[in-house]
Design a binder for this molecule. Structure first.
Ligand SMILES: NC(=O)c1ccc[n+]([C@@H]2O[C@H](COP(=O)([O-])OP(=O)(O)OC[C@H]3O[C@@H](n4cnc5c(N)ncnc54)[C@H](O)[C@@H]3O)[C@@H](O)[C@H]2O)c1
Length: 302
């Protein structure tokens, strides 16, 4: 297997961008990849300045079109191994499609794109071009998720009957008091975020946690997309009651108005033999309850 360090081209990430930074740290943490090029900002001049300010030398581009088009001019050993898309939701589809059509693999932030029509086009292009395409459902890589998945899918708990998966934040809460939000406001603009605010932004994390941990899929959904912030165009509070592929049931909950909560993500699994809970807030504690066990009615795995 090749030990070559992979070359990453980053799209978005200039001027205080949020998720680009954790990506950039992760890229460097194991030495397998390196950011070598960037189209960091929509304004070409600022994009080039931001590339100059990158903590180490990278090749700056005024736009992602320039970066993708330039690949064919480069010798094979200098071409990007993949592009990383860390722009707001409305700037996922276009760079993803252009990269795929150019034969460049893509790592795209969630949500994949703005609607099903775009998603279907991406899937069609990926299958036609046979180009790898990944979505950064970050939390699936966290060890608490992997551990819960191992426990759930080992069968130790018995058949999963009910799951309560939640992802709770409070960054929009201050708006209820006339204050300022703690995240970029494109998330509340349907033209930039998509058809759902809270659901599309963070219930996706809870949903993926549920699916990945249990190995089950959601077959039926009854959802409430609610707005607590006056004038908010999109949901800031989201609740879905779901039927699972094994006949079990689940609640997928998310909120952005839980004032004072930074981010809390929890999955509680109720199964035939035991109940199991995993949360990134308390990563060394996995409370479980075994009602049928006389010797260990409750406990915590550490
Ligand atoms: N996986 C996670 O846990 C997680 C967490 C936060 C954000 N996200 C996702 O990451 C994406 C970015 O979110 P964010 O909070 O970092 O947003 P942000 O607003 O902080 O950063 C977006 C960056 O993209 C740049 N940009 C916008 N249009 C561009 C264009 N045409 N060309 C080049 N750059 C452009 C902006 O200038 C900015 O630098 C969103 O899709 C969001 O859903 C995922």
């Amino acid at each position: 297997m090749s030990q070559r360090v992979l070359k990453v081209g980053i799209i978005g990430g200039g001027k205080g961008a949020f998720i680009a930074q954790p990506h950039q740290k992760a890229i460097h943490s194991d030495g397998t990849r390196r950011v070598v090029a960037g189209a960091l900002f929509p304004d070409p001049k600022i994009a080039m300045e931001e590339a100059e300010n990158w903590p180490y030398p990278i090749k700056g581009y005024g736009s992602y079109d320039d970066m993708i088009n330039d690949q064919k001019n480069l010798p094979p050993e200098e071409r990007l191994d993949y592009v990383l898309i860390v722009t707001p939701n409305f700037v996922h589809f276009d760079p993803a499609m252009k990269a795929i059509e150019a034969g460049i693999p893509v790592m795209c932030e969630k949500p994949m794109c703005m609607d099903m029509e775009q998603a279907d086009k991406i899937v069609e292009a990926v299958e036609r071009k046979k180009v790898p395409f990944a979505i950064a459902h970050t939390y699936l890589g966290h060890w608490t998720t992997r551990f819960s998945r191992f426990i759930a899918q080992s069968g130790l708990l018995g058949e999963i009957k009910w799951v309560d998966a939640s992802y709770i934040q409070g960054w929009l809460g201050p708006l209820m008091l006339g204050g300022a939000a703690g995240m970029p406001m494109w998330r509340t603009d349907p033209k930039k975020a998509g058809k759902s605010g809270c659901g599309g932004d963070i219930a996706t994390h809870a949903l993926m946690q549920l699916r990945f941990t249990t190995g089950l899929d959601v077959t039926d959904v009854s959802a409430h997309l609610e707005k607590f912030i006056p004038g908010n165009a999109l949901d800031d509070h989201f609740t879905a009651y779901c039927k699972l592929s094994n006949g079990g049931k689940a609640m997928v909950r998310a909120s952005q108005i839980s004032s004072g909560t930074r981010t809390t993500s929890t999955s509680k699994l109720s199964a035939r033999r035991a109940r199991w809970s995993g949360s990134r807030k308390t990563p060394r504690r996995f409370p479980y309850t075994c009602p049928t066990s006389p010797t260990a009615p409750t406990g915590a795995a550490a």
